[in-house]
Design a protein around this ligand. Structure first.
Ligand SMILES: [Zn+2]
Length: 380
């Protein structure tokens, strides 16, 4: 039996406080493949935690049967600091309330931190080069002296991810269909994950602009590759942000379905020697995230949606009406917010009162939008 619960105390920033971070490990410590799974980095997004709640017993049972061929590290709720952020009876899980920093932004750009350490050590063997880079990253992490609890948390999690070959960060949107964010060079390699998730879209970006957790390792290996062109440096990690529908979609039957998808993915890869189950129909292929419109309100008001999730729309089609809440026709006038691209509606917002500039929908198109090319791509 290798299945084991661990916890680490993060020393607090205020007198007398500390917070326990809980995680599990399972599978052989010396396995050729390491998997890092985490959920609720945005601590107000629970569907991933529910999925892992249902995956854990299956890992425990397959471990007991000696069927795990990979080493798994699982953080079912990776951000206990965010779990504690209540303000005026509202849970603020997306941002550190001390600094306002989004928990899934500003993860470190690792290549500059290890460039000197790997200089002269790279060979003509790609897997050896990955090992050299990993060692340098782990050395850098170990050399850090985190001051705050969130810095301790980030370094702890990054250390696990940096050792791993597959790194999956489970999130959810507001009101949404399932989708993945990942790096373009990781597709079609992760198409099997997309299929097993039965998702609606895989959105790819090299750099969405925010320093998201899932971009840390692909960015490291990409920069290493560009800076050391005489040496083969493959992708050292398959990483993705998995968006498990909307915030309210946390129920046993959905979590069981999502756990079955993850189990099927791992079994399909041979990382669990068990029946993967029936592989779902192929999911759509990837599209550039720059082709997804983040539709925003240009005035405050009350939203009246005119489309459903998944509905195909054309450029110029009304997505919602915005009911005026001030001005000469307050609470009488309504005017449409129009789609800026052809595509389908991936997400909407739960809160229908919106302020000026709020994002109200994502529309997945196939043509890169001029307003998105090279721009900051995230909603924040
Ligand atoms: Zn999130």
């Amino acid at each position: 039996m290798t299945f084991q619960l661990h916890h680490t105390a993060l020393s607090g920033d205020t007198p007398g406080t500390s917070t326990n971070l809980y995680w599990y490990t399972a599978g052989p410590e010396d396995a050729a493949t390491r998997v890092h799974l985490q959920a609720a980095l945005h601590a107000d997004e629970q569907p991933g935690t529910m999925a892992l709640h249902h995956l854990l017993p299956r890992l425990r049972d397959t471990d007991a049967a000696g069927q795990l061929t990979a080493h798994f590290t699982i953080y079912p709720s990776v951000n206990p600091l965010g779990l504690a952020n209540f303000s005026l009876r509202h849970h603020i899980g997306r941002y550190d309330i001390e600094t306002g920093v989004n928990y899934n932004r500003r993860w470190p750009d690792l290549y500059p931190q290890v460039a000197d350490a790997i200089a002269g050590k790279l060979t003509q063997d790609g897997s050896e080069n990955i090992a050299v880079i990993r060692t340098a990253v782990l050395d850098w992490i170990d050399s850090q002296q985190p001051r705050t609890a969130i810095q301790q948390l980030r370094l702890h999690v990054l250390r696990s991810a940096a050792r791993s070959d597959i790194v999956l960060d489970l999130h959810c949107d507001d009101d949404s269909l399932k989708h993945i964010f990942t790096s373009p060079e990781l597709m079609p390699g992760l198409q099997d994950l997309a299929d097993w998730m039965s998702l609606a879209a895989t959105l790819t970006a090299e750099d969405s602009g925010g320093g998201s957790f899932d971009e840390v390792l692909p960015t490291l290996y990409r920069k290493a590759r560009l800076a050391n062109s005489g040496h083969p440096i493959p992708n050292g990690a398959e990483t993705a942000t998995l968006e498990y529908r909307g915030r309210a979609d946390s129920f046993d039957h959905i979590g069981q379905e999502d756990a079955a998808g993850l189990f099927g993915f791992f079994a399909g890869r041979g990382l669990i020697e068990a029946d993967a189950g029936a592989r779902p129909a192929p999911a759509p292929g990837p599209t550039p995230f720059e082709a997804t419109e983040v539709l925003r309100a240009d005035a405050p008001g009350l939203l009246a949606y005119r489309v459903e999730l998944g509905e195909r729309v054309t450029k110029g089609q009304p997505i919602a009406d915005l009911i005026a809440m001030d001005g000469p026709e307050a609470f009488l006038a309504r005017r449409p917010i129009l789609a800026g691209t052809d595509g389908f509606v991936l997400s909407r917002v739960m809160g229908k009162y919106v302020s000026k500039g709020s994002s109200i929908a994502k529309i997945v198109g196939t043509e890169v939008l001029p307003t998105r090319a090279g721009a900051y791509l995230l909603e924040d």
